[in-house]
Design a protein around this ligand. Structure first.
Ligand code: NAI
Length: 268
């Protein structure tokens, strides 16, 4: 039986992913701040350490890891909180559970990014840089200055870049672990409902073009995550899979794929 750790398992895409995996006969260890096997606050250093320690005490190996835990950018929510929950709550778990993954069977990790990375303007790059430098205090400070509405895509861009930096390295690809990101667009979950209620960002959410004409469902996203965790996705490495009803394709038609600007042959 495969064992998969899912953060943010109490709601939305994390809960849908848990349900899909369990329906498939897989064992899920859910991590969340409520209603989970491991109840912690991933926005804190101690909470992340406790999550890694508890999972390590429960099993010698894991076959999958999905990092769904995250919070939305809202006008009255500090940006620093998003750097801690969304970014550090993701990459600390990826790094901290990597050794358990390396001992798993055809192990796979999937991080949840967002199409706000490419579709939302004015991303504060200082937040991205401090996140990727691993400087949580500086990232929090820059996030507080930018506010959480703009910090949100910065945390998700940093997640995507962390994944692309690490996926093709000895520790991940070289250890037989696939590492990829999913970048959802608008998906009907409690997080989206909360965002819609925000008087500033709410109206903008529904003004966003979605060419297929509707929001996604948590179950549709769980289906993509389930595929990336499974045997048919072993050739995926460092991909950022946009699942957004066509928003990114419509807004950035010619920006991707971009031709190679410089050659990196170094294998770290
Ligand atoms: P959700 O609000 O339904 O689920 C998020 C889960 O994360 C909740 O169970 C919550 O308790 C948990 N969580 C939040 N803060 C936590 C903390 N400090 N410690 C531990 N757990 C914590 O949200 P949804 O929509 O399912 O989001 C899943 C991921 O997808 C998030 O990372 C979100 O940013 C991302 N996303 C969501 C989109 C959407 O339209 N719903 C679009 C793009 C990305």
């Amino acid at each position: 039986m495969r064992t998969v750790v899912v953060t943010g398992s109490a709601s939305g895409m994390g809960a849908a992913t848990r349900a899909r995996l369990e329906a498939d006969g897989q064992r899920v260890i859910g991590i969340d701040q409520r209603d989970a096997d491991v109840v912690v606050d991933l926005g804190t250093v101690d909470g992340r350490a406790a999550a890694i320690a508890e999972v390590t005490a429960m099993t010698d190996a894991i076959d999958g890891l999905v990092t769904c835990a995250g919070v939305a950018g809202l006008t009255d929510r500090p940006g620093g909180l998003l750097t801690s929950v969304n970014y550090f709550g993701t990459v600390t778990l990826l790094a901290g559970l990597r050794e358990l993954l390396a001992r798993g069977d055809r192990p796979a990790a999937v991080g949840i990014s967002s199409n706000s990375t490419t579709c939302q303007p004015e991303v504060p790059m200082a937040v991205v840089e401090h996140c990727l430098a691993g400087d949580e205090a500086a990232a929090r400070a820059a996030g507080d200055v930018a506010g959480s509405v703009l910090t949100y895509p910065a945390t998700k861009l940093a997640i995507a870049r962390w994944i692309r930096r690490h996926a093709p390295t000895r520790d991940w690809a070289g250890a037989g672990i696939t590492l990829n990101a999913v970048a959802p667009g608008k998906v009907d979950t409690p997080l989206l409902a909360e965002t819609r209620r925000d008087t500033m960002i709410g109206p903008l959410v529904d003004a966003f073009p979605v060419p297929i004409g509707r929001s996604g469902t948590a179950d549709e996203l769980a289906g993509v995550v389930h595929f990336l965790l499974g045997p048919d996705a072993r050739f995926f490495c460092g991909s950022v899979v946009f699942v957004d009803g066509g928003t990114d394709a419509q807004l950035r038609t010619e920006d991707f794929p971009a031709p190679l600007a410089r050659v990196t042959t170094e294998y770290r």
